[in-house]
Design a protein around this ligand. Structure first.
Ligand SMILES: Cc1cc2nc3c(=O)[nH]c(=O)nc-3n(C[C@H](O)[C@H](O)[C@H](O)COP(=O)(O)O)c2cc1C
Length: 173
């Protein structure tokens, strides 16, 4: 049954506050990824939970990237990314790629496979999506990167790392 709720959300109401919004978003459980890039603009990587499927025709995902991130210019300049979905035992990688640390230090964690023309793939990740950035849209502080998936390396790992209520959680199927 639909109840009348318009009185709770009048048109003139201001937007939710930043804190209300952050608290609400903490309720959305999300897998954690290390998004990497490599190319003529150098290499970089950052932790990301804002990754989402758009369509399978053509296979496309979105990644939201803070324009203030030290990884921003390199990622957008190279135009390619590898989205590495973390397994449950890779929490350390998320911390390593979310801090204000230089790129060589970030990549000193874990072991990486580098193929010509692709961004670094993280060994032991549940899967790696090799993508080409085909467009973007700016929303406030972030760019929404539209990424066409060119190659999928699914390692059939039956666990993943979730970020929920500001904490990590291990999930296994
Ligand atoms: C679990 C988690 C999820 C994150 N998700 C995103 C994201 O989707 N997009 C983003 O731009 N930053 C995200 N961040 C923050 C970046 O990883 C972090 O700000 C960045 O790597 C560090 O900024 P810097 O490179 O400028 O030092 C996330 C951090 C954590 C811990």
């Amino acid at each position: 049954m639909l109840t009348e709720t318009t009185s709770r959300a009048p048109a003139h109401r201001a937007a939710a506050t930043q804190q209300e919004f952050r608290n609400a978003m903490a309720r959305i459980a999300a897998t954690v990824h290390i998004v990497t890039t490599d190319g003529e603009h150098g290499y970089a990587g950052f932790s990301a939970s804002a990754v989402c499927s758009i369509t399978d025709t053509p296979p496309t995902v979105l990644v939201c990237l803070n324009r203030g991130s030290s990884a921003y210019a390199t990622t957008v300049g190279n135009g390619i990314v590898c989205i590495n979905t973390l397994a449950a035992d890779q929490q350390e990688m998320s911390a390593a790629f979310a801090g204000k640390t230089p790129m060589p230090e970030r990549f000193s964690h874990g072991s990486w496979t580098r193929c010509e023309g692709y961004a670094p793939a993280l060994d032991g990740a549940a899967m790696s999506l090799h993508c080409k950035i085909i467009g973007s849209s700016t929303v406030g502080t972030h760019d929404v990167l539209l990424c066409e998936v060119l190659h999928i390396d699914d390692r059939d790992i039956e666990t993943c790392l979730l970020y929920y209520q500001r904490r990590y959680h291990a999930l296994s199927s």
